[in-house]
Every structure is written in structure tokens, then in C-alpha cells.
Design a protein around this ligand. Structure first.
Ligand code: TXA
Ligand code: MG
Length: 319
């Protein structure tokens, strides 16, 4: 239901109110020094799903987890020497590091789009840091604009683009950097520049050595096409109406066909937001080498269902 979000300032009460909204699973747009972010509790899969819903993204791409301090980032990803150096030099600031997820990383797999890596950043804007400290959890946030629109550098841009789809906007004035953070992938052999941004390449290369370009054919905005993207070991059988005893069944809604070796339901009540939140975790759990395939019940292609089906088709593609 369309509604007007609270437009909040930078006072202590505004920050506390925004943090409470985040903790209860709501969406808060907040300023960073690069662009405004559309934030949700990164550890809450349904809250993360609402980000994709609000942005109207037809597919899931991985989101940056924002934290108040480098110590908090260490609980999410695996730091090597290069990560230590870059974090010390550029955080808080417009730098995002893509790291391997720690085994105990609490961030929803949906925020990582099912990848085994996690993007983390400590933003420099004081209001962002105050919000993150008050939220006491990582906050997943893409730029706060509708899919395909320009990144917002003022609260008014967010209001115009997403005003009827979010719970609150923290107004911190104009974003000073105005372009998104530089994204460096440290999860592989050497550092890779995934996206140029607020920290110039030369400043990073001075500390971490030469930055490689992303592999050709691995467009950043189509992470589902990355070779490293999580795909189940088992083949997927889409639009399944019945289940076989040697299959795992990824169900949706009710009634659920019986007879699969193992069944997990994305959402027994047929809720697409809940289904998106469960998608990657359920695929992981069903991907058992002793089974023959994952049968997937039909999922309506509306709302978040479009992104869910996009991801399932990619996972089902021959490789
Ligand atoms: O400045 C910024 O980075 C802003 C503010 C709000 O922090 N955020 C932002 O988020 O630009 P977004 O979602 O529009 O862009 C995040 C970029 C995307 O290009 C995404 O593909 C990449 O980071 N990314 C996130 N997680 C990744 C991962 N695990 N592996 C590879 N790329 C990742
Ligand atoms: Mg963006």
C-alpha cells in the first residue's frame, strides 16, 4: 500500500527512529558520502527482499553490507593482508571490498545473491555511521533509486523515486562524492577492480599492487552470469508438478506434491517476499550429491517472482 515515508533529519531521535525501523525489518534510505542508500537489515532475508521489491529489480544482484567500523566488517568477511591495508587506508570512505564470506557470516544469502563472497563498506558520512552504530547490525543498501534510474545524491531524489515504497528517509544534505564507491574484489588470486568509483585506482594500486580487470564476459551488473556465481551441483527441473523419490523438491505455496526425498518450501503461504528471502538458503540445503535433481514448483512471474524465476533459470541453464 502506497504511503508517505517519514522524512527525518539528523537529530538523535531521528537516528533512533530510523534504527528501530531497520531492526523491525523496514526500509530506510540514508545518506552516504557517495550516494543515498536504500537500507535494510542485512541479516533479515525478508527485509532484504523488500529492497529488491521497492527498487523493482527484475533480478537479484548482490548488495553491499554497510557497517559502522572495520571491526564489524571482520565478522562478515575473510580479511587478508591486502584487505587489512585497504581498510586501514580508506575506511571510513568510498571503498567497497568483496571478500570471501566467513562461515559464520550472519548476512542473508539473498544480500550476497547466493555468492560465496560478501561486499562490505564502512561509509564516511557521519549520519550513516550514526545510523549503523544504532542499528547494531550490517545494513544492506544499494543506491536508493528505482531500477534503471540515476543514483540519488539528495533526499529529494529519493523521495521522488521511491517515496511511496519505503518507510523513512534520513536527510543528510547533498552527497559530497556523488559517484558510487570503488568496488575491489579480493576474494580471488589478485585484486580486481569491479567498479571504478570514489577512491581512484592509483591510490589503491599504491597499496595493493596492480588491479586486474574483471574477466571478459563477466558483466558486473549481471552477477548471475559470473562463473563464480553459486550454481547448484544438481540439475534443476523447473515447473515441476510432481516429485520423484530421487529428487529434492523446492516447493512454493500449497498443496505440495509428495514423494520427494527432501522438500523445502520457499513460502507455504505463497508469499513472494518470503520466497525470495529463502531462495538461496533452500537451494544450498537441497543441493545434496546423493540426489538426482532439484525439482522446482512453478512460481508466479509477478512482483519478486520475476527475479526468483530469473535466478532459477540461470541455475537451471546447462553448464
Ligand atoms: O557507493 C556505493 O557503493 C552505494 C552506497 C549506497 O553505499 N551503493 C551502491 O550499491 O552503489 P549498488 O547495489 O548500486 O552497487 C553495488 C555494486 C554492484 O555493482 C554489485 O554487483 C557489486 O557492488 N557487488 C556487491 N556484492 C558483490 C559481490 N559479492 N561480488 C561482486 N560484486 C558485488
Ligand atoms: Mg546502483
Amino acid at each position: 500500500m502506497p504511503h508517505k515515508p517519514f522524512l527525518l533529519g539528523s537529530g538523535t531521535a531521528d537516528i533512533a527512529r530510523s534504527a528501530a525501523i531497520l531492526k523491525s525489518g523496514g526500509l530506510v534510505a540514508f545518506p552516504t558520502e557517495t550516494v543515498y542508500g536504500l537500507g535494510a537489515d542485512a541479516t533479515n532475508g525478508e527485509a532484504v527482499a523488500r529492497i529488491f521489491e521497492a527498487k523493482g529489480r527484475p533480478r537479484f544482484n548482490p548488495l553491499i553490507s554497510h557497517v559502522a567500523a572495520a571491526e564489524d566488517a571482520r565478522r562478515l568477511g575473510v580479511f587478508d593482508a591486502a584487505a587489512d591495508k585497504l581498510a586501514a587506508a580508506f575506511w571510513p570512505g568510498p571503498l567497497t571490498l568483496v571478500l570471501r564470506r566467513r562461515a559464520d557470516c550472519p548476512v542473508s544469502l539473498l544480500a550476497s545473491a547466493g555468492l560465496e563472497t560478501i561486499a562490505v563498506r564502512v561509509p564516511g558520512h557521519p549520519l550513516a555511521r550514526a545510523l549503523l552504530a544504532a542499528a547494531e547490525r550490517p545494513v544492506a543498501a544499494p543506491s536508493a533509486n528505482r531500477s534503471g534510474a540515476i543514483s540519488p545524491t539528495a533526499a529529494a531524489h529519493v523521495l521522488a523515486s521511491l517515496g511511496d515504497r519505503i518507510d523513512a528517509i534520513l536527510d543528510g544534505g547533498a552527497a559530497t562524492v556523488g559517484i558510487e564507491s570503488t568496488v575491489i574484489d579480493l576474494s580471488g588470486e589478485g585484486p580486481v577492480l569491479l567498479r571504478p568509483g570514489g577512491v581512484p585506482r592509483a591510490a589503491i594500486e599504491a597499496l595493493a599492487g596492480a588491479l586486474a580487470a574483471p574477466r571478459p564476459g563477466a558483466p558486473l551488473n549481471a552477477p548471475g552470469l559470473l562463473a563464480s556465481h553459486y550454481a547448484p551441483g544438481l540439475p534443476l527441473r523447473l515447473e515441476a508438478k510432481a516429485a520423484k523419490p530421487e529428487e529434492a523438491l523446492l516447493a512454493f505455496g500449497a498443496p505440495v506434491p509428495r514423494g520427494a526425498a527432501l522438500t523445502l518450501n520457499l513460502s507455504a503461504r505463497g508469499d513472494l517476499t518470503e520466497a525470495a528471502a529463502n531462495l538461496f538458503a533452500h537451494l544450498h540445503a537441497l543441493d545434496r550429491p546423493d540426489l538426482a535433481a532439484i525439482a522446482v514448483m512453478p512460481i508466479p512471474n509477478e512482483g519478486l517472482g520475476e527475479a526468483i524465476n530469473d535466478r532459477l533459470r540461470r541455475a537451471a541453464a546447462p553448464r
